[in-house]
Design a protein around this ligand. Structure first.
Ligand code: FAD
Length: 308
């Protein structure tokens, strides 16, 4: 029951001021976010890659409503890619972008503005030997995001996309994207979606995840299994085996700070394991979605408000 409330709060400016303004929030936030700035995020990247993990970095921000902030997002990603290049990390680290931070949500011409802003990021990523994955936001953005994916893939075929199994449309999207050269991260979905577009029942979302994963594993693309769910992880391994896929022809992905022992276990088994590392000052929306996913996180967060 709390999940939908927290998801609604994740888009409330009033709640943002209350939660983000409380100094006490910080230790809990630090569990999920690799710092407000690029420098601590790079420390995290060095440490994760040194331990055999791969990473995808997210410069936090979303729902940008002015052109200047959208340009600032582009520039933050260009600085990030330059930092990865300087350390020769292009083969172990890629970047994840939220198109709403590149201007997609702007009322006039948002789609074109986001495309124009993300293009130089995809160009620089290719130049340093890495890739960009387009995160998926709420269902109203899916058509625009997949159209931007098609456009970027003309010059950068390795550009990745995210599909969310809770959406009814996703099996069809998975079929369209299960083609040679494409990279698809399959997740359950983290937004509050209405019943006319998305499964509401957790078990239905899981069953849809398995159906979509079967399509991706049987296809010719590169599936990226974005989940912490032990059952889905073992189904992923089983499907890979059934389709004769070698380790490295698909990968697992988990979020920074979640199930770290499992991340190491999979990497030790020889699986390619990528950690999604968010950093930046605009952590509120991302943080609230993590609280919504797991009531225990909320309890941990609320306990930090109690006097010690
Ligand atoms: P769940 O059933 O939610 O969790 C399974 C188990 O994992 C839980 O029992 C618990 O042990 C652990 N766990 C899960 N979440 C948490 C948490 N927050 N804190 C602590 N433990 C937890 N969603 C989008 O809508 N768009 C995206 O672009 C997107 N990108 C993602 C990228 C990656 C790499 C990952 C891993 C997830 C991404 N998500 C995205 C979020 C995703 O949609 C789910 O909301 C999230 O992964 C929780 O689902 P789950 O598959 O882990 O399963």
């Amino acid at each position: 029951m709390l999940g939908p409330v927290l998801l609604a709060a994740s888009r409330s400016d009033r709640m943002r001021r209350v939660v983000a303004g409380a100094p006490i929030t910080r230790p809990v936030v630090n569990r999920f976010i690799a710092g407000d700035e690029l420098a601590p995020a790079m420390d995290t990247v060095r440490s994760l890659t040194a331990s055999g993990l791969e990473v995808t970095l997210d410069h936090l921000g979303e729902d940008v409503t002015d052109k200047a902030t959208a340009l600032a997002t582009r520039d933050a990603y260009l600085r990030l890619l330059e930092a990865l290049k300087a350390e020769g990390l292009g083969t172990r680290a890629e970047v994840s972008v939220k198109l709403s931070a590149f201007g997609q949500a702007l009322p006039a011409g948002g789609h074109d503005i986001a495309l124009e802003n993300v293009r130089p990021v995809a160009d620089l990523a290719s130049e340093i030997g890495t890739t960009v994955t387009l995160d998926m936001e709420d269902h109203t953005t899916v058509d625009s995001t997949l159209a931007i994916l098609d456009d970027l893939r003309l010059r950068h075929p390795g550009t990745g996309a995210v599909l969310q199994s809770y959406l009814f449309r996703t099996e069809e999207d998975a079929r369209n994207l299960a083609v040679a050269g494409s990279r698809v991260r399959l997740v359950k979905g983290a937004y509050k979606e209405p019943a006319n577009v998305a499964h509401q029942d957790k078990a239905e979302v899981d069953r849809a995840y398995v159906r979509c994963l079967k399509i991706l594993m049987a296809g010719e693309g590169y599936p990226m299994i974005g989940s912490h769910d032990p059952r889905l992880i073992s189904i992923g391994q089983e499907l890979a085996h059934r389709h004769g896929r070698k380790q490295g022809s698909y990968e697992f992905q988990m979020l920074y700070g979640i199930r770290t022992a499992e991340q190491r276990r999979l990497a030790e088994e020889g699986e390619r394991m990528r950690i999604y590392v968010p950093y930046g000052a605009d952590w509120y929306g991302y943080f609230m979605r993590r609280l919504a996913e797991r009531p225990a996180n909320l309890a941990f967060f609320l306990r930090s408000f109690l006097p010690t």
